[in-house]
Design a protein around this ligand. Structure first.
Ligand SMILES: C[S@@+](CC[C@H](N)C(=O)[O-])C[C@H]1O[C@@H](n2cnc3c(N)ncnc32)[C@H](O)[C@@H]1O
Length: 304
């Protein structure tokens, strides 16, 4: 199985899916070195955690922070001690300190859903980077999950309906469920059946387990490009994979007043914020440049 985090065309060009696409020159150089090391690891999944490799450089914390640009690697060493839950809280605190999280509710929800329950054992769960989850897919980076929760927070109020397309590990779907609560409804759609099974197991171990049991949260195998009409319309739709264009069924399943986040593009992608007005017209704006795996067919994803 090819690793989704891989070197593509040469030094300075890094493919890491599920993150903002910002690579300052020094960070690119460092990332190249790290990924080059990983390629010689003869493992399809990178077994060397990024920050343990980083720590072998013995960088002073402030220089470390500078090198990694927007990624809060700098505080990572302090995560080595304390319980898993404290480490998750420290990750959230870093995202708050960096201004990615400004909402108290988003911080509470991300503190409550422990990311370690969703990340494969061999990957460091609290590093601000996408991690491979198999099947040519990734769990998106914490800063990306936080950004999406921030942008959708008004459409994830108690009792609202949300759709998570490409739900992968189920991490963000679980966060959505905590945001809307037991009066709300959250649906995840993922086209790899094995990931659906895993994501349900992950959620069952998490603070969102009661919502799954009650039926306020469900995950389904399906082609997310068709949405999930059974529970439409939705106040919030999140698409966790990049589409060449915005699929019409998703626009149709958005409630008037609803908001959709969707990465659009192929090699160069933009995170689009799609707002549906009360008269059914839509406004689309670009939030930021991103890098996601494609929203595609199961067969095309297998082929990489
Ligand atoms: C970057 S991963 C994000 C997963 C999830 N947001 C997370 O962080 O765990 C994108 C996911 O979209 C899924 N995907 C791609 N195309 C799809 C489609 N047509 N229908 C449903 N899921 C799809 C992939 O299998 C993958 O799990």
């Amino acid at each position: 199985m090819p690793t989704p985090i891989s070197l593509s065309t040469g030094p300075g060009v890094v493919r890491a899916y599920g993150c903002r696409y910002i690579t300052p020159p020094l960070k690119r150089l460092l990332a190249y070195t790290l990924l080059h090391n990983q390629q010689h690891n003869h493992s399809h999944r990178p077994r060397l955690p990024l920050f343990s490799t980083l720590s072998s450089f013995h960088l002073p914390p402030n220089l470390n922070r500078l090198l990694t640009g927007d990624c809060p690697f700098s505080g990572m060493e302090r995560y080595w001690t304390g319980s898993t839950n404290n480490k998750n809280k420290a990750m959230v605190e870093n995202l708050r300190r960096d201004g990615v999280i400004t909402s108290k509710k988003v911080a509470e929800v991300m503190s409550t859903i422990d990311r370690a329950l969703f990340v494969p054992d061999e990957c460091p769960p609290y590093v601000d980077s996408p991690m491979p989850i198999g099947y040519n897919a990734t769990i998106s980076a914490p800063h990306m999950h936080a950004t999406c929760l921030q942008l959708l927070q008004d459409n994830l109020q108690s009792g609202m309906h949300a759709l998570d397309v490409g739900s992968g590990t189920g991490y963000l779907t679980a966060c959505f469920a905590l945001m809307v609560g037991s009066q709300g409804r959250v649906v995840g759609v993922e086209h790899i059946p094995e990931l659906v099974v895993e994501s349900i197991k992950n959620i069952e171990k998490s603070a969102a387990a009661p919502l799954l049991k009650e039926g306020a949260l469900s995950i389904h195998v399906g082609d997310g490009r068709q949405g999930w009409p059974e529970c439409a319309p939705y106040d919030a739709i999140h698409v966790g994979a990049a589409a060449p264009e915005i699929p019409k069924p998703l626009i149709d399943q958005l409630k008037p007043g609803g908001r959709m986040l969707i990465p659009v593009g192929n090699i160069f992608q933009d995170l689009k914020v799609v707002d549906k007005n009360q008269d059914g017209s839509i406004n689309v704006r670009t939030e930021t440049s991103v890098r996601y795996v494609p929203l595609t067919s199961r067969e095309a994803q297998w082929q990489g």
